[in-house]
Design a protein around this ligand. Sequence first.
Ligand SMILES: C[S@@+](CC[C@H](N)C(=O)[O-])C[C@H]1O[C@@H](n2cnc3c(N)ncnc32)[C@H](O)[C@@H]1O
Length: 225
Amino acid sequence: MTTAHSDSSSVKEEKYTGRIIEDCYEFCGHKLKITRMIGANLQFSSTIWEAGLILCRYFEQQKMNFSGKKVIELGSGTGIVGILAGLLGGEMTLTDRTRTLMQIEKNISDNFPPAMMNRIKVATLNWGENQTEFSTNYDYIIGSDIVYSPSIYPCLIATLKHLSNSNTIIFISTKMRRVLDANEFHEKMLTQDFNSELVLRDEEDDVNVYKITKKCPGSNAQAQC
Ligand SMILES: C[S@@+](CC[C@H](N)C(=O)[O-])C[C@H]1O[C@@H](n2cnc3c(N)ncnc32)[C@H](O)[C@@H]1O
């Protein structure tokens, strides 16, 4: 596993000695032990959100195979979804704010076989700030519960626009919090530049999973935009 940072800090050398909580899950035949670093001031990143579990379940239902595919995850949090996509074959980049990377790295080392570590890396990606340091040729972009802060929605869309081309498939699972304009984001803001299809609705948890592709006016399927 390698770590890329947009700043000079090296989370790899930090050792977290605070309180942790470990939870176990199983998806697609893979047992996952996920550690949350409580008290590390990770805020929303140290919770395992329903939207993340539901996106994992969607991958399971769809029998997703990411073999040979270049996949980036936005707002990885604990990393559970990106780690699962990696175990399903993806060439993974898990991203979040710098302070969260230590937790993601811990979960990668607990769940990813050493022989596969060359297929997964971790990087700081602050939406709207440093997305241009990343490639524009991802096969998949994934994100769970990343739509919850209206002031940052334009930055999130700018990030998705940079990372995607006409062949990229984006999966976003969202808790449809009305007060946070989740519906507005998916139905109005995103659809200016992207096609969006609701592929799973979990009524109980009020979570939607969307499959999203970039609108490329006047281009054929091979064109990059
Ligand atoms: C609600 S948590 C979801 C975490 C994880 N995807 C899950 O489903 O459990 C949202 C994540 O997005 C990250 N995030 C929020 N705003 C961000 C921004 N502007 N740039 C990068 N990451 C951001 C947070 O650090 C957090 O890890």
